[in-house]
Design a protein around this ligand. Structure first.
Ligand code: HEM
Length: 472
């Protein structure tokens, strides 16, 4: 809490601004407002603490400007789902990531301008996308299996980096039908570092420079997809199932450049978040060996022949592990909104431009809703658990809520389940030490730190052990 002098100075200069917000609870502001709370701890931890201490809505002060942190499902629905959502634009993440992504992606589009039009073009949100997605299970399995064999040769792994590349490679296969060259991965990372420097900057964005080689990397990364779109247009492959081929067949009128940008955007939308979720799963499965053994047993039952969407749909434990990882360690934990003009919310009038922070961490672990919420307990998702807390509901929204929720959520789920099934059948992902488990932040996504270990070949008999457990 700010000291007496700091609180006194805030009241002296801005005390009159506090009156209209007197009904809302929150920490005492000092000269920085309450922004000092966010200097040090991770923002999601601060938002969760506010949820525990102040309840569903917490008044914050970003310097002299008021804002709110929401931990109340009904208020979150009002901002993200109700017709009123049009009053609330995405927060400053759009400006921060703008140099890295392109104007064609829905991610940075304004609700009040062309968001709806852009959303309609996203390849993962088309009426034919479920069919495309079902066709990705087998090619992604093959790509992941190949990556796993290569990782088995490594004496030691940093899972955050290893699974990021594995994820990038699987996404490449789903996007263009094959793994992309390392130079494309390097360009991808360099562009992401540019955005990350802006997201984490303590200075105004005009003072933050982009990494050396940024412009060339951007030309290289998106140019790679543009070349592929042109080549695929010239020599179409009628039976290819990748997103590029599928998009050209189903949306022949789409501009080449736009399609190239959307294919590139898929990697920014999902590689960091999906690989972070996998690292979380690996970490928790090490902590909870029974859950791991059950995953291995179920994965073994799927390992005969190619993995298919049908087989995956019966893999309830694998799905439960994915859901539980997304509940306990969601990769995207804070999203922001800001009213375009003065807006009434939670009984107060928030000025245009105010900060609205929404975090899923507190609600995903709310003891009033979840039994034993801090424990990784995939079984909570069996026997109707998925229907009780569907994706995008009040206490479970790892992909956000409402019409602007993640456009790649279905793809992410299929990828996660495919990766868990493929890895689970072939290897045990040993983690050297599960404590302390530290999390940082990269490209707006949680970044697990220091999760090191080694893949260990699964003994076939262990993989087939205890199938009876699957029915429990
Ligand atoms: C585990 C993986 C993922 C997680 C946890 C995740 C999480 C999220 C969340 C929470 C949002 C909403 C943010 C907000 O409301 O401000 C979002 C939006 C978005 N996600 Fe994902 N995501 C994942 C995977 C993906 C994938 C694979 C793609 C690529 C297809 C993707 C593309 C997008 C896009 C384009 C948006 C913006 C949608 C819009 O503004 O209309 N995400 N994601």
């Amino acid at each position: 809490m700010p000291n007496l002098l700091s609180r006194g100075l805030f009241n002296l200069f801005f005390g009159s601004r506090r009156k209209p917000f007197a009904a809302l609870p929150g920490p005492q502001p000092g000269v920085l407002g309450t922004a000092g709370d966010f200097l040090g701890p991770q923002p999601w931890d601060v938002c969760a603490r506010y949820g525990r201490e102040y309840g569903g809505v917490t008044l914050i002060w970003m310097g002299p400007s008021p804002g709110v942190v929401l931990n109340d499902p009904a208020l979150i629905a009002e901002v993200l789902e109700s017709p009123r959502r049009m009053e609330f634009e995405k927060g400053n993440i759009s400006e921060q990531v703008r140099p890295t992504v392109t104007d064609d992606t829905v991610f940075i589009a304004k609700l009040s301008e062309d968001w709806a039009e852009k959303r309609k073009l996203e390849p993962t949100g088309q009426p034919w996308s479920p069919e495309w997605l079902a066709a990705q299970v087998s090619p992604m399995q093959a790509a992941i299996a190949e990556s796993v064999e290569a990782l088995l040769a490594e004496p030691s792994l940093d899972y955050t980096h290893a699974l990021r590349r594995l994820t990038f490679d699987a996404f490449s296969v789903a996007a263009v039908g094959e793994k992309l060259p390392s130079s494309v991965f390097d360009d991808f990372l360099l562009l992401a570092r540019g955005a990350d420097a802006r997201i984490q900057a303590k200075l105004p964005l005009r003072f933050v420079s982009l990494p050396k080689g940024f412009a060339e990397a951007k030309t290289g990364f998106y140019g790679h997809f543009a070349d592929r779109v042109r080549a695929a247009r010239k020599s179409p492959k009628p039976h290819a199932v990748d997103l590029l081929s599928w998009s050209l067949r189903e949306m022949p009128g789409m501009d080449d450049q736009v399609l190239a940008h959307l294919l590139g955007g898929l990697f920014y939308g999902g590689v960091f978040s999906s690989s972070t979720t996998l690292v979380g799963a690996v970490h928790q499965l090490q902590k909870y060996p029974d859950a791991e053994a059950r995953l291995a047993a179920e994965a073994a039952t799927l390992a005969d022949g190619a993995l298919t969407s049908e087989k995956l749909s019966g893999a309830h434990w694998i799905e439960a592990v994915a859901y539980e990882s997304l509940r306990l360690l969601p990769a995207v934990r804070v999203f922001t909104r800001t009213p375009s003009s003065d807006a009434q919310l939670a009984g107060v009038m928030l000025p245009a431009g105010s900060m609205i922070m929404i975090s899923n961490q507190h609600l995903h672990r709310d003891p009033a809703h979840w039994t034993d919420p801090e424990t990784f307990h995939p079984a909570r998702w069996l026997n109707g658990g998925v229907a009780r807390d569907p994706l995008g509901s009040g206490h479970f929204f790892p992909f956000g809520r409402g019409p602007r929720a993640c456009v790649g959520g279905d793809f992410a789920m299929v990828f996660l389940k495919t990766a868990l099934a493929t890895m689970g059948a072939r290897v045990k992902a040993h983690v050297d030490s599960t404590e302390p488990f530290e999390e940082g932040f990269f490209f707006g996504v949680v970044l697990p730190k220091g999760v090191t270990g080694k893949l260990i070949t699964r003994q076939p008999q262990a993989a087939h052990a205890a199938p009876a457990a699957l029915t429990a």
